[in-house]
Design a protein around this ligand. Structure first.
Ligand code: FAD
Length: 535
């Protein structure tokens, strides 16, 4: 068996290593256009900021190591330029010598990744405007940064853009972020990203939302970024982080099917429409694990797992890719934002019925020093309670909760399962009722109609005349510091003795700061009769 693999990083290197483990005899040829294989793309922003100081640490393995340890035929600085499906050969361009030659295959795995978007904006190819994909990109950025950059503009507030921002700020660079959407981190629901925007502002980052770069110019002082609004931003460095598109030229030229957004189409065994050609990683279209339809999710975990699966199938181990649920995480100035499954906006766009709860627990027992609050948002099916998605923002412990919820989604669990989950607990790690249990209790209670809920946005969308009575059960001081206009204040601890003050024939919506006191207030039988909880 002779396998040729195009692309030697996440998906390609995983496929090659797995193939060797499954067959000692197979001839495995790994072709990589760049000088490196299996490097840590995900670590690149931290090398810019100096958190990772040793460049070699970004090279997870070298071509030499792959050749010695796994007996792979690794050809770097070699570009596959065409596939001839009839003769089962690929045309390779040795970028060092200029030689072009053919290589035959029995099975071909395409793992060419994705290309950062560079829209045709005037001046976009000027020196000083960078995208970040590989070590050569990071070397170029680092060279400019090391010369001393005072002002930088980062276009795009997605995962990579924000990671670059954090690292520029670490270097003391005055940084402006320009984002087309009205929020940072667009895969998240907007309200969950507010703490990120606040953290950026607190670090002195200028955040321009609903803005777009319209042109770039070179001046004696450096670059100028012209925005749609007409504003002009001086910068010595511009980083573009506005997304990627699948590297699909080889596939398209070879007549392999691609989806509407360019991802190479594969079946659940990761085979293209040519059964001898597999495709993995950022270049492919995958099944959305939650919604079932096609999607494109450029993440390292899926690419690595897909590489293994393609190799398994080539060697007769029937292995299916389940789909991608988009579990992703960002660290920004000490905050953690993580998500898994479908967001509210995606569920709305797809017209999938869902309900939402928010909980605001601490990462561990409040009495143990250092507890940090988080906000978890849980999206679930209103009938079955099946978990559809989750997002978390906060400090410590957000990663763990989103990972647990990612597993819950994989396993098809419901909010009733979350109520019952038995998770590791000691005061420094969690609570006897873990945030996951809490989210489950609130969500399951909603389905059981234990505590009806009105969400804040629909409440505020109702005209004041039609709104239920808004009952604020926080303390008098908290109420005095700000409340929803038109609301009445009875602190939760006084509620039993002051029930007469409540109207008997009007619906009551109880609210507090994070939901717990609102829940308690709503649970008094007299309030329950007419009450609804909001938070
Ligand atoms: P790649 O890893 O991009 O590898 C594709 C390789 O194929 C490239 O090296 C390319 O040179 C080569 N190639 C392409 N065409 C040819 C050809 N014709 N001939 C020969 N070689 C070719 N994901 C996460 O999950 N978490 C993170 O924290 C995270 N951080 C990231 C940070 C940065 C800065 C970047 C750039 C990406 C990050 N990602 C992260 C995304 C993750 O790195 C990718 O999803 C993953 O690398 C995709 O793997 P792949 O094998 O499909 O493509």
């Amino acid at each position: 068996m002779k396998i040729v693999i195009v692309g030697g990083v996440a998906g390609g290197a995983s496929a090659a290593a797995r193939a060797r483990r499954l067959s000692e005899d197979a001839q495995i040829v790994l072709i990589e256009r760049g000088p490196d294989v299996s490097f840590a793309n995900c670590g690149l922003p931290y090398y810019i900021g100096g958190k990772i100081t040793d460049r070699d640490k970004l090279l997870v393995v070298t071509p030499k190591r792959l050749e010695e340890r796994l007996q792979l035929d690794v050809r770097v600085r070699s570009s596959v330029e065409a596939i001839d499906r009839k003769s089962k050969t690929v045309q390779i361009h040795d970028l060092e010598s200029g030689r072009k030659y053919e290589e035959s295959y029995d099975k071909l795995i395409l793992a060419p990744g994705a290309v950062p978007l560079r829209p045709p904006i005037p001046g976009i190819d000027l020196p000083g405007i960078f995208t970040l994909r590989n070590l050569q990109d990071v070397d170029r950025i680092k060279a400019v940064v090391d010369q001393g950059v005072q002002q930088a503009v980062v276009v795009g507030a997605g995962f990579i853009g924000l990671e670059v921002v954090e690292n520029l700020v670490r270097l003391g660079v005055s940084t402006t972020v320009v984002e087309l959407q009205d929020q940072v981190l667009p895969p998240f629901d907007k309200e969950m990203t507010t703490p990120l925007a606040e953290a950026l502002a607190a670090k002195g980052v200028t955040l321009l939302l609903g803005e777009a770069a319209d042109g770039f110019e070179e001046t004696d002082e450096g670059l100028v970024v012209r925005l749609k609004s007409g504003q002009e931003l001086p910068a010595q460095l511009v980083a573009l982080g506005i997304g990627v598109r699948p590297e699909n030229k080889l596939a398209v030229d070879a007549g392999l099917k691609v989806g509407p957004r360019g991802g190479i189409q594969v079946n659940e065994y990761l085979q293209t429409n040519d059964p001898d050609i597999y495709a993995v990683g950022d270049a492919i279209e995958v099944k959305d694990f939650v919604l079932g339809g096609p999607t494109q999710v450029p993440l390292a975990g899926p690419a690595n797992r897909q590489g293994r699966i393609a190799a398994d199938n080539i060697f007769g181990r029937s292995s299916k890719y389940r789909g991608t649920q988009g579990t992703a995480i960002l660290g920004l100035f000490g905050l953690t934002a993580a998500m898994t499954g479908a967001s509210e906006k995606v569920l709305k766009r797809s017209e999938v019925p869902h309900r939402i709860v928010y909980v605001h627990p601490s990462n561990h027992a409040g009495y143990y020093p250092g507890a940090e609050q988080m906000t978890l948002k849980l999206l679930f099916d209103p009938e079955s309670g099946k978990v559809l998605g989750a997002q978390g923002i906060g400090g410590a412990g957000v990663d763990k909760r989103i990972d647990v919820l990612a597993v819950a989604i994989q396993a098809g669990m419901t909010v009733f399962d979350l109520e019952e989950m038995e998770l590791a607990y000691a005061p420094q790690f969690g609570s006897a009722k873990d945030p996951i249990n809490m989210a489950g209790f609130v969500a399951a209670g909603l389905i059981r109609d234990d505590h009806p809920q009105i969400d804040v946005s629909s409440l505020l969308a109702t005209s004041p005349a039609e709104r239920p009575l808004l009952l604020d059960v926080r303390t008098v001081e908290e109420f005095a510091n700000g409340h929803i206009p038109g609301s009445m204040n009875i602190p939760v601890d006084d509620l039993r003795s002051r029930l007469e003050e409540l109207p008997k024939d009007q619906e009551i919506a109880v609210y507090c700061q994070v939901g717990q006191r609102g829940y308690l207030g709503c649970d008094l039988p007299q309030v329950k009769k007419h009450g609804r909880k909001t938070s």
